[in-house]
Ligand binder design. Structure first.
Ligand code: HEM
Length: 184
């Protein structure tokens, strides 16, 4: 994945812990890079090793690390560095989610080697959406959960999100159910 992703994980750890913690994680993961170039594509294995090492170093399950990372990605990385792109994608949580299938089409202009996730709206109601997620990568479902929770916080909208079906149950993709309070 692009260095931007690894760099964001480093920032998260340094913000919530300290630089020494990151150094221990980096060494545990066997990663020699002292910093990541945001626009260089790194092997996915680097990211997975860093997530595993973060989990071991902080004594927290990897799915929690990935979920926190998703929240951080939206609230810090995306908003800080790509504010206008995020703003253009919607003025409310439902608007943003409906735009999500086309979102990375714009990101790929900035990151030409992007192996992008694919999103589709499967079904929707006034206060819910069933979202399909496809990726060539394994195990990033908790990251998606965190991203959606981050979007809820960005729009100050309480959001409930769950994995209603997925690769764990034999599908070739994952399906998330996202709910928010109905307008009264
Ligand atoms: C401006 C904000 C964003 C930027 C710049 C961005 C960019 C990226 C980049 C560079 C990657 C690494 C993929 C690769 O290197 O091949 C990535 C992965 C990913 N992004 Fe985004 N993204 C943004 C927002 C979002 C949002 C809002 C969502 C969903 C709610 C999302 C979902 C994902 C997922 C799930 C992955 C993991 C890759 C996979 O599933 O295969 N991203 N993104």
């Amino acid at each position: 994945m692009y260095g931007l992703v690894n760099k964001a994980l480093q920032e998260l750890v340094e913000a919530q812990h300290d630089q020494e913690t990151w150094t221990r994680i980096r060494e545990r993961a066997g990663v020699e890079d002292l910093f990541f170039l945001w626009d260089k594509s790194y092997d996915d294995a680097v990211t997975y090793r860093l997530v595993e090492a973060t989990s071991a170093e902080l004594g927290r399950p990897a799915h929690e690390v990935l979920e926190d990372f998703g929240v951080y990605w939206v609230l810090h990385t995306a908003q800080k560095s790509y504010g206008p792109l995020m703003k253009a994608a919607g003025r409310s949580l439902p608007e943003f989610l409906r735009y999500l299938p086309r979102f990375h089409d714009r990101i790929v202009l900035l990151f030409p080697d992007l192996k992008m996730p694919e999103f589709e709206i499967l079904e929707e109601g006034e206060d819910w959406i069933a979202l399909e997620y496809r990726s060539v990568r394994e195990g990033l479902q908790p990251f998606v959960l965190g991203l959606i929770k981050g979007l809820g916080r960005m729009f100050e909208t309480p959001v409930e999100v769950s994995l209603r079906a997925g690769r764990h149950s034999g599908l070739d993709h994952d399906e998330f159910l996202v709910r928010w309070p109905a307008r009264t």
